[in-house]
Design a binder for this molecule. Structure first.
Ligand code: G3P
Length: 211
């Protein structure tokens, strides 16, 4: 399973990258706004800065919701750097746009996915990645990891090539359960990645060995 970091914060991206286990970055408009990045030029420059750090796939989300605008925005994003993956919402025009991007050699991440049916549509359109938001499913008293398992099963028996990118990760256990469920990628906040390091017996063992 690949590890992406889910942030637009450059110092967190650098910290995860320096661990040597980072395979990419995902962002969304909320995460960009959190870093105070506003306006088209600033946003495009920020994506370039991220690509320069990681040299791995970087998901950049479109703001538009109609086909022509999604395509124009996606083309501009893809022109920033060869590592850009255009992130498109799971809506009717989004599916049409994903199909267009696929036919024109632009990688895509279909976002805001909450059901297996949506994941099937994303795969049929040729999405490079599909992003089920498991934390938000958990918020509604459903088991988000179950959806990851269901999509993994369907993609396997149907031989779909779309990568399952588990998103809306809220803790380290989510990462472990996504690995068990067959996610291809887990995109995580930095604290959830660093939480994987922790075990009290490791701390106790260290104290015993070195004191
Ligand atoms: O990867 C999607 C993510 O940024 C959404 O996370 O915690 O707002 O559901 P959250």
């Amino acid at each position: 399973m690949k590890f992406f970091i889910d942030t637009a914060n450059l110092s967190q991206i650098k910290e995860a990258n320096e661990l040597g286990i980072l395979d990419g970055v995902t962002t969304n408009p909320t995460l960009m706004a959190k870093e105070g990045i506003k306006g088209k030029e600033a946003i495009l420059k920020h994506y370039k800065d991220i690509c320069d750090i990681v040299q791995n796939p970087v998901s950049a989300e479109v703001f538009s919701t109609n086909l022509n605008d999604i395509i124009e925005e996606g083309k501009a994003l893809a022109a920033i750097d060869k590592h850009i993956v255009v992130k498109v919402p799971m809506i009717k025009d989004g599916i049409k746009a994903i199909k267009w991007f696929t036919e024109n050699g632009i990688k895509t991440n279909c976002t805001l996915v909450f059901s297996a049916g949506q994941a099937i549509l994303a795969a049929k359109a040729g999405a490079t990645y599909v992003s089920p938001f498991l934390g938000r499913i958990d918020d509604g008293n459903w088991d988000g990891v179950e959806l990851i398992s269901q999509i993994a099963h369907i993609y396997h028996i149907q031989n779909f090539k779309t990568n399952i990118l588990a998103a809306s990760i809220r803790n380290s256990l989510h990462i472990v359960r996504c690995a068990e469920a067959g996610a291809d990628v887990c995109t995580c906040p930095l604290p959830s990645i660093l939480g994987l390091l922790k075990h009290p017996l490791t701390d106790i063992g260290l104290t015993q060995f070195f004191s």
